[in-house]
Design a protein around this ligand. Sequence first.
Ligand code: HEC
Length: 413
Amino acid sequence: MAMDTALAVPEAGWEPYPHTAGPPPGWTGPVFQLSVDFPSEPPDDTPPFLSIDFRNDREAYWRAVREYIYEGNINRGVNSAGHSRDWNTQTNHVRTWYNMPWRAWGRNAREFVNGLTREFPAAPGHLDPAQQRTEYTWARAIYNPSAGYTLGQVWNDPGGPPNLAAASFLEGAVVAKLLFTTADTSDVPWVRDAYTWQANTYLDPANCDSLGCPRQIRDVHLYQIDFAIKDSRASETQWVFGTFVHDPTLPGQGFSWDKMVPLGYMWGNDPELTADNPDATPQESVIYGNTHIFEHMGCRERLVGPLDNPSSSCIGCHQNAQYPAKTSPVPPNHPCDAVTNNPWWRNLRSGDVLWPADSVDGVAPRSLDFSMEMRTAVENYHMATRGYTLSADGEMFRLTGSETHQRLARRKH
Ligand code: HEC
């Protein structure tokens, strides 16, 4: 059993990074600012790609999505301190993008330089056959005005609990996520020329389970940009999930935002791709075979990015966004398409709950509308305000006063 010592005050949910892990004396680099001045009304901002047919007009679709994520966020020059303004989303002059509250707390709290959180690690061989070291992923998600409106409805009481009844995103909600890797070219050649940030990472990540671990400010390299779009034309799930990856083999010197190219996007989980159907291939996605970097894909060639868990898929994992939850978000049996895993490969309708039996202390699960980051934030709120103990394997937590273990949205490291 382990427990984080300092219980956070509720305001901790609105800090950009933990006050115990801020800039060291003499730090002159950038410092992350949290964007949480959410719109109080549904914004009038229909993204152009909602009228592009994602099934058939594929290139126009991904280009419009990428352009929308980039607009006002890239090539913005430097501020008076000489720091890049790129991805300073609260000062984006086209549209503001927002952040999830309650991520500056706990074992995977935001770091102070760029507001990144530690994500799924990439084991040796996952980013390149010759990769020797486990490489760590650090990421930040940003929410467009429509998605930000929903965040403001859920987190409508700065000191109080989230209102999960409001956790339903509007048509045209867009969430983008920048994923950086600690890999450098000595381990993974594909990070060549990648866009680079600094992050206050952990010195010994494999053995770090708490905020107090020794830190190391180091370079991290942009490897993947994910997106999630609420789109009712995706009739099974109402969501389109996709990812762009850095391709250093494209022509032109050095980094360019044009070198972030689509690996694919998916609007359903292809429930028929099971061991019973060995020859079936994904139908509810577009997968591009033309990115040159090494990629493992997800279960039965469903979509995941190079930095994601290969036993899963974007939608397969994200439809576990519910609170509370007790069931593993990743199919537990091997191989990943074993028929015993079929319940994990369903298509969930937005608003429904994948594991309705996962009640805890008489509280039935509620949908968090495919937002796994919201699930992490909601867990953080309850763990911080009530106190908790962790299971020995670090995968489950039990709130103080509760008899029941709940599952953490994300794995231990
Ligand atoms: C094995 C589970 C898993 C897989 C596979 C996965 N994600 Fe996630 N994703 C998460 C978790 C967990 C978070 C929250 C981050 C955290 O807790 O640190 C997240 C966060 C996100 C976010 C931020 C907003 C939100 O609503 O959670 C986006 C966007 C996203 N993922 C897109 C994708 C895309 C696109 C893919 C596939 C290319 C993908 N994810 C694959 C688990 C997964």
